[in-house]
Ligand binder design. Structure first.
Ligand SMILES: Nc1ncnc2c1ncn2[C@@H]1O[C@H](COP(=O)(O)OP(=O)(O)O)[C@@H](O)[C@H]1O
Ligand SMILES: [Mg+2]
Length: 189
């Protein structure tokens, strides 16, 4: 639950690539309305990692909805998933990075400083017309969720060029020999 700017994550083991691919499918129809395509790159190896799957998917839905909203028709939005397994043998941990990149209208340096503050909306003219119905809460909620997972949410952006939002998480990889609980296909309610 989100309470006092934090929440308790519900970590279980899930396939990383499938988690990301499934969530992009949810928004593919919405993107297609503007002829926007997703290009999703995942690691060759499907790792089973400890995630709060629903919360992570909620964050990605927010980032993708923003990317769609601020892209131009016919654009491609990239979702790149990378894993760094160099510490795996010693610590059992892997670093996961999920980047959502768009070539949309971008964000100015002065707005970037405030982007994760609750109720903040960017102030550039192009942006104002697109975000007139928004509340400016999505990214602050995303940041609270990612921090509660001990992760980090970062942004790089340039006005007129586009934006890259990155989620970085450090997480455990499923170990068959231990008694870890694996949930590969949660039941969608
Ligand atoms: N990919 C993006 N490109 C350009 N501007 C963005 C992007 N994502 C978010 N923004 C800007 O950041 C502000 C905050 O976004 P967000 O917190 O998601 O608001 P909301 O919850 O209302 O969608 C908005 O004013 C929006 O204009
Ligand atoms: Mg939003």
């Amino acid at each position: 639950m989100l309470d006092n700017n934090t929440f308790t994550p519900n970590f279980e083991f899930h396939p990383l690539n499938k988690t990301i691919i499934d969530v992009t499918r949810i928004l593919q129809g919405q993107a297609a309305l503007q002829n926007i395509k997703f290009k999703v790159n995942t690691p060759d190896q499907e790792l089973i990692v400890q995630l709060d799957q629903l919360r992570l998917q909620q964050v990605i839905i927010n980032l993708l909805s923003n990317a769609i909203k601020f892209s131009n028709p016919n654009d491609t939005i990239k979702v790149d998933v990378t894993t760094d397994i160099s510490a795996l043998t010693t610590s059992g941990l892997v670093i996961v990075c999920i980047k959502v990149s768009d070539k949309g209208i971008g964000i100015s340096p002065k707005d970037l400083k405030n982007l994760f503050k609750p109720y903040f909306k960017t102030t550039d003219d192009l942006n104002k017309t697109k975000n007139k119905d928004s509340h400016g809460l999505g990214l602050s909620i995303c940041q609270t969720i990612v921090k509660s997972m001990n992760g980090q949410l970062d942004v790089e952006s340039e006005l007129g060029i586009g934006s890259i939002f990155s989620i970085t998480l450090q997480t455990s990889v499923y170990d068959k020999s231990s008694q870890q609980k694996k949930v590969s296909d949660p039941i969608l309610l």
